[in-house]
Ligand binder design. Structure first.
Ligand SMILES: NC(=O)c1ccc[n+]([C@@H]2O[C@H](COP(=O)([O-])OP(=O)(O)OC[C@H]3O[C@@H](n4cnc5c(N)ncnc54)[C@H](O)[C@@H]3O)[C@@H](O)[C@H]2O)c1
Length: 252
């Protein structure tokens, strides 16, 4: 929780992947706290829907179509965020996906490249595009969404995805350490199983089986990840950087 109850009021967060799941839930949690929210997503209608929900909660919002794998579009999203609200205090890089589930020997080069382009280069683009602005303004917080999969490895169905999230984790450590003395904190959050459209292609009975294996006995709701993003960005987390926060219901 923030030490100052008004800490988030009138500050601005730029969220990639804001049209759905964890990105959208984070937009609404920051709206509750009075922040301005810039909703970026490859799906502009979804981004606009989230922006409208933020506005319904009484906060200010804008949206931008942005494919995080295309650097020029990420730069344009940052420019728009600064134009809309003057400065960006926080960035959540939530755009990401597993794209397809495949045993290791069936992972094609094309699937590998697309997964890394989205999860790794997309996060790199987001962080590198916002950093000059944060450094100029004297600070900020970048939160990347990694995954507990990075620790488990994705055996049998998603080594491509799990290893890309390992790269997100390591990138977070490097960014966090490189900019720690200049006012920018960088953290990742490593969720377990979260109830979002991310799992739309997984049969419900398989998903239920996964959920029952979680010590807590259920999937996370995206809001439970969003509250951790809020904490990571808050002044209560001022000594926290270059690390990941596991939010897994006890899964190790
Ligand atoms: N759901 C889970 O169980 C889970 C667990 C661990 C980590 N994660 C990670 O959390 C993040 C958010 O996933 P989610 O569960 O909210 O999924 P989601 O599918 O609900 O949301 C992902 C959003 O990203 C957007 N997106 C996809 N490709 C994009 C691109 N190239 N550029 C911009 N936006 C793009 C989608 O349109 C969508 O709105 C992802 O990085 C995912 O890997 C999810």
């Amino acid at each position: 929780m923030p030490r100052d109850p008004d800490y988030f009021r009138d500050k601005t967060i730029l969220i990639t992947g804001a049209g759905s799941g964890i990105g959208r839930a984070t937009a609404l949690v920051f709206a509750r706290e009075g922040s301005n929210v810039v909703c970026a997503d490859i799906d502009p209608e979804a981004a606009e829907r989230t922006a409208n929900q933020v506005i319904q909660l009484g906060a200010r919002a804008s949206f931008v179509e942005c494919d995080v794998t295309v650097r020029a579009e990420v730069d344009a999203a940052v420019e728009q965020a600064v134009a809309d609200f003057g400065r960006v205090d926080f960035e959540l890089n939530a755009a990401g996906a597993a794209l397809a589930r495949k045993p290791f020997l069936e992972i094609t080069e094309e699937l590998w490249e697309r997964t890394y382009a989205l999860n790794v280069r997309g996060t790199f683009n987001g962080a590198q595009a916002i950093l000059p602005h944060m450094l100029e303004k004297g600070g900020g917080v970048i939160v990347n969404i990694a995954s507990v999969a990075a620790r488990i490895g994705g055996a049998g169905n998603s080594v491509h995805y799990a290893s890309s999230k390992g790269a997100v984790h390591t990138m977070t450590l490097g960014i966090g350490r490189e900019f720690a003395s200049r006012g920018v904190r960088c953290l990742s959050i490593s969720p377990g199983l979260v109830d979002t459209p991310f799992h739309d292609n997984t049969p419900p009975e398989v998903l239920q089986g996964y959920a029952e294996q979680m010590p807590i006995g259920r999937m996370a709701q995206p809001e439970e990840i969003a509250e951790t993003v809020l904490f990571a960005c808050s002044d209560g987390a001022s000594y926290l950087t270059a690390d990941t926060i596991f939010v897994t219901g006890g899964l190790r």
